[in-house]
Design a protein around this ligand. Structure first.
Ligand SMILES: O=C(O)CCC(=O)C(=O)O
Length: 280
């Protein structure tokens, strides 16, 4: 590990998050952002036309739809970025996959900047119930998933940057405890500011990496432009991505074939037409 990777992994372990600045270079980011905005719009229209749900990435009968990566050819190469993979593989080891790929754009002109929606992510999302596997509380002290939020706009209080509560990935409590089937007692109001919260700021083209256990929330975007983002969830080989079929949309064969070699292993398990989609 080089020093930079060391420092990022150390922060991720201690604080539950780290920021990798400008993975997408300055001279490319405007083009990538425009591409992602157009891709989001096209995917939205396609899902609507077939009577499916883009949120769940399913068709009209609940079957897996098309993975957003199919729309994101200009963005896809960054998913195999060396700096990012060095951090993810330092945590999980060499064999990793992407569980879910989702558009995370925040609409502009919000006036309710005090709004929060704190939660932890799959497989630590307590509201997933039997829809997808979720880890029982108290969570073991193990990182199981790294959500990578691609900041395609500048993130700041003026654009609705993501809120995180540092070190909450090791807290036995959770902002959504009251929503579990076990009916655990509510200690925290997930819709309000939490002491210690910080709003992540950084240049467009950066990747915010969070442990799935950390309490976090999208920010309400008061600015005049959409806050454009995509999320990709990186997992170790040993985590089941199939149970519950949470956003396990299919990667079309042509999309898979066109992915850079560094990115293919991340999507192979979702690729259409593979005899054995898993690594032999
Ligand atoms: O969009 C954001 O800032 C946060 C996204 C988020 O909370 C999530 O996808 O779990």
């Amino acid at each position: 590990m080089d020093n930079d990777t060391d420092r990022k992994v150390d922060q991720l372990r201690r604080e539950g998050w780290c920021l990798l600045e400008r993975i997408i270079p300055k001279d490319k980011i405007d083009g990538v952002r425009a591409h992602v905005e157009a891709a989001h719009e096209k995917a939205r229209r396609d899902y609507e036309a077939m009577g499916g749900k883009i949120g769940f990435q399913t068709g009209p009968d609940g079957e897996p739809g098309t993975c957003p990566i199919a729309y994101l050819s200009e963005f896809a190469p960054y998913l195999g970025n060396e700096r990012l993979l060095a951090v993810v593989q330092a945590v999980f080891g060499k064999h990793i996959r992407i569980a879910q790929t989702e558009f995370k754009t925040q609409a502009p002109n919000r006036t309710d900047v005090e709004w929060r929606g704190f939660h932890s992510d799959w497989p630590h999302d307590l509201t997933d119930r039997d829809l997808a596997g979720r880890v029982a509380q108290p969570f073991p002290d193990v990182t199981m998933q790294l959500s990578v939020l691609w900041m395609l706009s500048v993130f700041s209080p003026e654009s609705g940057g993501t809120w995180v509560v540092p070190r909450s990935h090791r807290d036995p409590l959770n902002p959504r405890m009251h929503q579990t089937p076990e009916g655990l007692e509510e200690h925290i109001d997930q819709l309000k500011s939490i002491p210690g919260e910080i709003q992540v700021s950084g240049p467009a083209g950066s990747a915010l990496v969070i442990d799935s256990r950390i309490w976090h929330s999208a920010g309400a975007n008061p600015g005049p432009e959409p806050r454009v983002a995509v999320i990709t969830r990186y997992c170790p080989w040993w985590l089941s991505l199939e149970f519950g079929r949470r956003n396990n949309a299919i990667v079309p064969e042509a999309t898979y074939d066109a992915l850079p070699e560094a990115v293919k292993p991340l999507f192979r398990h979702r690729a259409e037409g593979m005899d054995n989609p898993f690594r032999a």
